[in-house]
Ligand binder design. Sequence first.
Ligand SMILES: Nc1ncnc2c1ncn2[C@@H]1O[C@H](COP(=O)(O)OP(=O)(O)OP(=O)(O)O)[C@@H](O)[C@H]1O
Length: 273
Amino acid sequence: MREPVISIQNLLIESSIGQKTILNKVNLEVAKGEIVGLIGESGSGKSITARVLLGLLPSGMNVRGQIFFQNENLLTMSAKEHRKLLGKEIGVIFQDYRGSFTPFIKIGKQMAETIRTHHVVSKKEAKNISLQVLEEMGLDSKRVYSSYPFQLSGGQVQRAAIAIALALKPSLLICDEVTTALDVMSGEKVLDYIDHIRKETGCAVLMITHDLMQAYKRTDHIYVMHQGKIVEEGDPEQIRCYHQHPYTKKLCSCLLSLPGENNLVVNERVNSI
Ligand SMILES: Nc1ncnc2c1ncn2[C@@H]1O[C@H](COP(=O)(O)OP(=O)(O)OP(=O)(O)O)[C@@H](O)[C@H]1O
C-alpha cells in the first residue's frame, strides 16, 4: 500500500509585493520509496515549492493550505520544530551547492560533524561513513575528505554536498536541479546513487527539474507545473503519450525532437505501450 511521506494540499502562496500569486492551489504527494518529478519552466514555482517544505520561504509571502509530513502539518508547527526535521528527516540537494560548506573548514570535518549532529555515532564511525559516501559518489574519498572546498572543482564540491545529504538517510529527499552543474557522466552517477539510496532506505524523493528527459527516465510519477499551478500529473508514460494540457504538449514535442539515443529510448518506450 502507498504510504505518503509528504502530502501538499491546496497550497496557495502569494507574494505581498504586488499581490502576486506564486503557487495556486497546488496538490502534490510523494510516497515512501517513490521518486516523483516536479517539472516546469523557469519561474513556474518549483523552487518555491521546495523552499516551503524546508521552511525557507522568502519574507513577505503569505501561505495557505496544508503540508503533511509524516502526518504532521509543517505549516502549523513552530520554526524550531520545522528546523529539527531538516537534514535527518528532510534532506535537500540544491542546484547552488556553494553554500553547503564553510570555506575555511576541511570537507571531512564538516561532513563528520554534520553526521554526528543528527546520529549518535563515534568520531571514527562518522569519518568512515563520510569516506564511504564520498567513495560511492565516485570521488577520491581520502583526498576530498582532507581538502578545503576551494581545493576542489565545483563538481567535486557538489558531489560532496550530495554525499553529505545522502549520508543522513532522510525520509524525504528534495533534489532541486541537482545535475545542472555536473557533466553528463557525473550527473548520471549522482542520479544512480540517489536511486540506490531510495531502494536501500525506502526514502521518498522529490526531483525538481526542468529536464523532461531526466524526469521521464528517472521518476515513478510526474507533476507538470505551469505558472504556479499543477496542470497535469501522471506516470511518465501517461505524461508522454496521453497528456492533455497545451504546456505539456509543448514540453513533450521538445523531447521528441531530440536527436540520437535519447530519442530512441523515448520511442522504444512509446512503441512498447
Ligand atoms: N524572494 C522572492 N520574492 C518574491 N518573489 C519571488 C522570490 N523568489 C521567487 N519569486 C517568484 O516566485 C515565482 C516562482 O519562482 P521559483 O524560483 O519557484 O521558479 P522555478 O520554477 O524554480 O524557476 P527556475 O527553474 O528558474 O529555478 C517566480 O515568479 C519568481 O519571480
